[in-house]
Design a protein around this ligand. Structure first.
Ligand code: F0G
Length: 486
């Protein structure tokens, strides 16, 4: 039987995401009373990264390393072949990479940013510019370390919160050509395309667009690098939204995407529901250029900083990426929640993307100035009224300029990640309800300011405080409306 997207039609015609898996191992959760949630968010410096899962009901921080593993993945770990060099587990992973990404050479690394580190050290030099559809936080940090910079050349639709554009992750080809003309091709070590563009709402690019980028690369002899951390979802959207690929299998679409790149890297924490990551290519020269650095920074070429158990689970997870019922699970739940919220006027990024639901904090809290971090404030407020943890993707995740001013983010988003096969639809309905309640009471939410601010990737460890006693007032209103009910 051909795998089909996990969406069914109800008798009344309504579309409904259905779980095509059953739960066999569970983790107990608890929903703490609001008084305790208020204490917990205070103690975490209003930064969701500094919270303990002990205080969290639904953890929607990320899908990174938190997707549910399949029974096949867990059982594969038992056959792991413990060896420093020449492990058969690595052979199985290499074969999976070859089958799924259609590449001959594979370098394992301990996670996605390790691949970025190695690629940046190998190719990015002082004064280089790396054009891309959009940056990811760790990507930008690594490409800037050797003195490079990034240039985002998304299309005009890319940053619109409300849009019907099916491929908001596309690169604007005329902007790309203009950029190369302005600086000269020598300035560009490569062009990077990120599948299911994370920071602008998990938005895919089309194969037609990637083909155009490839053409520009060929004309100017520039390498094309694909960040495949969310490639399964991108392939899923290509099948759903790009007419020419409607009847192709996900496996075929993955090959088509990968064949267009010179170098592919991925975070296995995302794409294959386990730990680790990798770099792959069909170009032996590129492989040779990178392999010594893998040994230096990550580990021997047959484990790259991963345990053999993780390598086995990665191999199986990569193969499962070809299964539409697996990679379609999270996008179908995201679509359900986005459409529910959108229909009630709650500002969310549309069309629904991969990875998670992205709530527009500027639209949700128009009274909170961007300098007071509306996305950070929304996450703190939403945790308080629901026990649900989201992630800030706005100005807190940005940096300061040379004069010490915040570089205001293009978009202020509260990301509610939808790890694969982790939540049930009743839990998602609870998220929807509490978000709607918060929207009705949004005037009660105020801003945040930094109390402690690290200089690098400040969103991870920074501590903030509210600009007034708004958290207490919000908690009091919640208590009034919901009483002792959790
Ligand atoms: N590239 C993309 C597109 C990512 O989304 C991530 C991680 C990385 C690279 C880095 O990979 O975490 O394995 O080192 N994204 C996670 C997230 C952290 O929550 O979105 P890593």
């Amino acid at each position: 039987m051909k795998d089909k997207s996990p969406v069914i039609k109800l008798a009344g015609g309504e579309q409904f995401p259905i779980e095509l898996h059953k739960v066999r191992t569970v983790q107990k959760l608890q929903l703490k009373p609001i008084e305790e949630r208020l204490e917990a968010i205070k103690a975490a410096g209003y930064n969701s990264f500094l919270m303990s899962t002990r205080d969290i009901f639904l953890d929607m921080l990320t899908d990174s390393g938190t997707n549910a593993m399949s029974d096949q993945q867990v059982s594969s770990m038992l056959q792991a072949d413990d060896a420093y060099a020449g492990s058969q587990s690595f052979d199985r992973a290499k074969k999976a990479v070859r089958d799924v990404f259609n590449t001959k050479y594979f370098l394992p690394v301990h996670q996605g940013r390790a691949a970025e580190h190695i690629i940046a050290q190998a190719f990015v030099k002082q004064g280089h510019i790396v054009p891309m559809n959009y940056h990811f936080t760790t990507t930008k940090a690594h490409f800037e370390l050797p003195g490079g910079s990034i240039d985002e050349i998304f299309t005009d639709e890319g940053l619109k919160i409300k849009s019907t554009c099916p491929f908001k992750g596309n690169i604007d080809i005329s902007k790309l050509r203009a950029l190369i003309k302005k600086h000269g091709a020598d300035k560009f070590p490569f062009i990077r395309m990120e599948a299911s563009t994370n920071l602008i709402g998990g938005q895919p690019f089309s194969i037609a667009n990637m083909r155009q980028v490839r053409k520009v690369c060929d004309q100017h002899d520039i390498m094309l690098v694909l960040d495949a951390s969310l490639i399964g979802e991108n392939a899923y959207f290509v099948k759903q939204r790009e007419k020419a690929f409607k009847n192709k299998t996900i496996a075929e679409i993955l090959h088509t995407l990968c064949d267009l790149a010179d170098l592919i890297y991925f975070s296995s924490r995302k794409v294959s529901s386990t730990r680790g990551g990798g770099i792959c290519t069909n170009n032996v020269k590129l492989y040779d250029k990178l392999k010594d650095m893998v040994i230096l920074y990550e580990g021997f070429l047959t484990y790259g900083g991963m345990s053999v158990r993780e390598i086995e689970a990665m191999a199986v997870g990569l193969r499962e990426t070809q299964d539409e019922t697996v990679i379609g699970q999270s996008p179908s739940f995201i679509k359900y929640l986005v459409e529910w919220l959108d229909a009630r006027g709650i500002p969310v990024v549309t069309p629904p993307g991969g990875l998670g639901v992205h709530v527009d904090a500027k639209g949700f809290l128009p009274h909170v100035p961007q300098k007071e971090y509306p996305a950070g404030a929304l996450i703190a407020a939403f945790y308080l009224v629901s026990g649900v943890r989201g992630m800030e993707r706005g100005t807190i995740s940005s940096v300061r300029d040379d004069s010490g001013e915040d570089v205001l983010a293009d978009v202020e988003l509260m990301r509610l990640a939808m790890p694969r096969r982790v939540f049930t639809l009743s839990q998602i309905k609870y998220v929807a309800d509490r978000l709607q309640w918060l929207y009705k009471n949004r005037k009660l939410v105020g801003g945040l300011k930094f109390e402690y601010e690290p200089t690098v990737l400040r969103f991870f460890l920074g501590r903030l405080i509210p600009t007034s006693d708004w958290p207490e007032k919000l908690a009091a209103k919640y208590k009034k409306d919901f009483g002792d009910s959790l």
